[in-house]
Design a protein around this ligand. Structure first.
Ligand code: NAD
Length: 264
């Protein structure tokens, strides 16, 4: 008999969350949004740039009671406005899912030592620093709510993955940020965790050179002998957002079919 991964389907009824990082249906953020919305959570979706506005708005309409707001994390005022609008609409926040990253395409190939200063800075600003910026903005809305913050990382933070380059350094900074933020906000009852997801074919992943060979390697070598899906990452996100993980903070949970612990 197959186990029902979600035995209490309305676990998050009456709760609210914000999801940063939906670009399309392939986005890991969309997998997270589906799991949280199916569990009854009311969601605020954010998008970066007008180019994505109509696509994200259309997707958000699939999740009952959701709202959709602009939030380019490189723009301080946009972060402030977005969280002010969420406060007005929802009255508070129970969760924040940070599923965004960016590096220039030319930085995701060749030798890491050729990384430009500008490429290094932009990758870190969008992919790592933004977690701290949005956590700070969300904190006033999470007071007395035992909020949960979840971000998305990758094994390239811990090990050398060819062509991942500056993004691996940014993800290492992101995972360290999770630990420092968890320590800061833990006394307020707020938790911060990361999911280190296995490779999934998304818009961002398309920018990494030889991504197909990474997928093939996981399918061949991971204990589960297959790649994971955005839905599986979404269900792990539901666990980290929901009450079943209430004793867990500052950790990085691998959702990668077990690949991270293999020696080959
Ligand atoms: P995606 O392209 O669907 O999502 C990336 C998102 O980042 C997009 O929605 C994009 O608009 C957003 N973004 C980029 N710059 C931004 C900015 N300045 N402000 C706000 N948002 C911005 O790709 P994805 O693979 O779903 O990526 C989501 C997260 O998952 C990223 O952190 C990524 O590193 C991580 N991740 C992806 C994989 C994978 O193999 N796809 C594996 C592990 C972790």
């Amino acid at each position: 008999m197959t186990q029902d991964p979600n035995p209490n389907p309305r676990l998050l009824e009456g709760k609210t969350g914000v999801i940063l990082g939906v670009a399309n249906k392939r986005s890991i953020a969309w997998g997270c949004a589906r799991s949280l919305a199916d569990a009854g959570m009311r969601l605020a979706f954010t998008y970066a740039g007008e180019r994505l506005e109509s696509a994200v708005k259309k997707l958000s309409e699939e999740c009952e009671g959701s709202i959709c707001l602009p939030c380019d994390v490189t723009k301080k005022e946009e972060i402030e406005d977005t969280f002010a609008a969420i406060g007005e609409e929802f009255g508070g926040l129970d969760s924040l899912v940070h599923a965004i990253a960016y590096a220039k395409r030319e930085e995701l190939q060749g030798d890491f030592f050729n990384t430009s200063k500008e490429g290094y800075m932009i990758a870190h600003e969008v992919s790592a620093y933004s977690l701290t910026a949005v956590t700070r903005a969300a904190l006033p809305l999470m007071e007395d709510r035992e909020g949960s913050i979840v971000t998305l990382s990758y094994i390239g933070a811990e090990r050398v993955v060819p062509n991942y380059n500056v993004m691996g350094i940014a993800k290492a900074a992101l995972e360290a940020s999770v630990r420092y933020l968890a320590n800061d906000v833990g006394p307020r009852g707020i938790r911060v965790n990361a999911i280190s997801a296995g490779p999934i074919r998304t818009l961002s992943a398309a920018g990494i050179r030889d991504f197909n060979s990474i997928l093939d390697q996981i399918a061949e070598k991971s204990p589960l002998r297959r790649n994971v899906t955005a839905e599986e990452v979404g269900d792990a996100c539901l666990f980290l957002v929901g009450p079943h993980s209430r004793g867990i903070t500052g950790t990085t949970l691998h959702v990668d079919g077990g690949y991270h612990m293999m020696g080959v």
